[in-house]
Design a protein around this ligand. Structure first.
Ligand code: CUA
Length: 377
């Protein structure tokens, strides 16, 4: 049994360690968590295979044979030494592993010298990141920019319900709870673009509540920060070109295909209401492709109306025109900002987020209108 256990352990540990359990590693904390996880695997695989070996061996060796139906084993009155051993060994193991895990989590949450504060404000269904400035004002952004190797303290707040702020590549997550400020510490350790997700079921648009974390060099971060207006509404514009870029080794459920939109989007400025910018909003910030089908955006969602089939046809309908406007552009604008003013047949109110007028800038909405008017068949 011991020999079988040793062989199974020798096979099991490398097998368990070879599995890529974690997405691309983006923070010092993620490295600590990964090491902790690997230690737990190395400690638990031998126990698991040894227990299973004993169980399977006993089932085979001491199984009931024909004619033994009425028989019983010899009475057992306990074995003190055995009981002490099987209580003490697991107790020592569990206490050691818990102590180690506690130490790692404490270190991850420890206050780091020179940490920079980033305010994370959540609401249905968007994140906003605030960078407090020396003059008491704050720079706001819908995308999380972080300088690499800089310890960060996130202060989380919620305007409405419980949300959660999760960056898988940082291996750190915490709830944003209305009425209190929660704190999370992360030190980004690798340049890259990582998904930010809400992981608390927070309403109909929960699955669309996503953002992007961009870890950049300190110089690039300073440059980005200086380019932002203070106390302005979120300077969303068109999202960064690689906002939908897949992180190596990480697949968030395969919702949107990379390359559908990202490459073509321009970097804001005069073209922020262009159809190309609208496509980036469609697949990016607004999250339309999660629910709608639209060939022009490689979107295949089935929650809401199929825009290839329903958009132009419904807007041309006699029932829609008095409510949503006579032109296709007016109709699309109303459908985005007041989705329940007119409900396409077969769809009910309460599914499509009704706060796009607040969530998106007017430029983003115009860009969406231009994009959809051109894409509607
Ligand atoms: Cu916010 Cu889910």
């Amino acid at each position: 049994m011991v020999l079988i256990g040793v062989i199974a352990t020798a096979i099991g540990i490398p097998l368990a360690l070879i599995i890529p359990w974690f997405p691309a590693e983006g923070s010092i904390q993620a490295g600590n968590i990964r090491t902790l996880y690997h230690v737990l695997i190395i400690a638990t695989v031998p126990i698991f295979v040894l227990v299973e070996t004993v169980v399977l061996f006993s089932v085979w060796k001491f199984r009931m044979r024909p004619g033994q139906e009425e028989m019983d084993g010899p009475p057992i009155h306990g074995n003190t030494r055995l009981e002490v051993v099987w209580t003490a060994v697991p107790a020592i193991l569990i206490v050691s592993l818990c102590t180690y895990a506690y130490t790692v989590l404490r270190a991850n949450e420890a206050n780091k010298q020179g940490a920079m504060t980033v305010n994370v404000t959540t609401r249905q269904f968007a994140f906003q990141f605030g960078y407090p400035q020396a003059n008491g004002k704050q720079i706001l952004s819908p995308v999380l920019y972080l300088p690499v190797h800089q310890p960060i303290v996130f202060k989380l707040r919620s305007y409405d319900v419980v949300h959660s702020f999760f960056v898988p590549s940082f291996s750190e997550k915490i709830d944003a709870v209305p009425g209190i400020v929660t704190t999370l510490r992360v030190t980004p350790s690798a340049l890259g673009t990582y998904p930010v997700e809400c992981t608390e079921l927070c309403g109909a648009g929960h699955s669309l509540m996503r953002s992007t974390a961009r870890v950049v060099s300190p110089a690039a971060f300073e440059q980005w920060l200086r380019a932002q207006p203070t106390n302005a509404p979120p300077p969303i514009g068109s999202p960064p070109p690689n906002v939908n870029e897949a992180v190596p080794g990480y697949s968030p459920g395969g919702s949107s295909s990379p390359g559908g939109s990202s490459g073509a989007s321009s970097s804001a400025g005069a073209s922020s209401t262009s159809a190309a910018a609208g496509q980036a909003v469609f697949t990016g910030d607004a999250g339309c492709s999660g629910c709608h089908t639209l060939a022009a955006a490689s979107a295949t969602g089935t929650v809401g109306p199929n825009l290839d089939i329903r958009l132009r046809a419904d807007c041309a309908g006699a029932a829609s025109k008095p409510i949503r406007g006579a032109t296709l552009q007016q109709c699309i604008r109303t459908a985005i900002t007041k989705p329940y003013a007119y409900l396409p047949s077969g769809y009910s109110a309460g599914i499509m987020p009704s706060n796009f007028a607040q969530r998106l800038t007017s430029d983003q909405i115009e860009a969406l209108v231009n994009f959809l008017a051109g894409a509607a068949k």
